[in-house]
Design a protein around this ligand. Structure first.
Ligand code: S3P
Length: 168
């Protein structure tokens, strides 16, 4: 049964902010796959990438998504690369209404420019990095989603209202 709501999409599209507000408003548990991966690896994502490699991160992410997909009544915020894996897409689609959040490359650049906690965005030409990754991922994002919301120009509460309207 599809009792979860899963938010997917590129880094900086607002999955965490909108997801936590949505969970609060619906009285659901909020889970973030990145946080669960860090708990399992007992280190932050940056260190997992640096010390164990992306492959290792993706393996833990797959286990986490399999596990969260077997629970119900949650809002799940998925790491930006999660739906590049077919098993993850299958598990999420079986258990969740899958909502894609999008944003323009410029908005993503603004929203991801604080700190350097994103190992997929390390190119000095960060905008180019974002555009190139987006180009390889856009198809996977849209084919995994039940519907999508462009968050570029709207506030987080509007994103949440739109989600609530659509899932009702
Ligand atoms: C990634 C996105 C990150 C995190 C990891 C890899 C990606 O999650 O899972 O750094 O490949 O797009 P957020 O989208 O929550 O930043």
């Amino acid at each position: 049964m599809k009792s979860n709501i899963a938010l997917i999409g590129f880094m900086g599209t607002g999955k965490t902010t909108a997801g936590s507000m949505l969970a609060r408003m619906l009285g659901r548990r909020f889970v973030e796959t990145d946080e669960l991966v860090e708990e399992r690896a007992k280190k932050p994502i940056n260190r997992i990438f640096a010390e164990d490699g992306e492959f290792s991160f993706r393996r833990i992410e797959r286990d986490v998504i399999k596990d969260v997909s077997s629970s119900e009544g949650q809002v799940i915020s998925c790491g930006g690369g999660a739906v590049l894996d077919e098993d993850n897409v299958d598990a999420l689609r079986r258990s969740s209404i899958v909502i894609l959040l999008t944003a323009s490359p410029g908005a993503i650049l603004d929203r991801t420019s604080g700190g350097d906690t994103r190992p997929m965005l390390t190119d000095p030409d960060r905008l180019g990095n974002i555009k190139a990754l987006l180009a390889t991922r856009t198809r996977a994002y849209s084919s995994a989603a039940d519907f999508s919301i462009d968050t570029t120009m709207i506030r987080v509460n509007e994103v949440v209202d739109e989600i609530i309207r659509k899932v009702k």
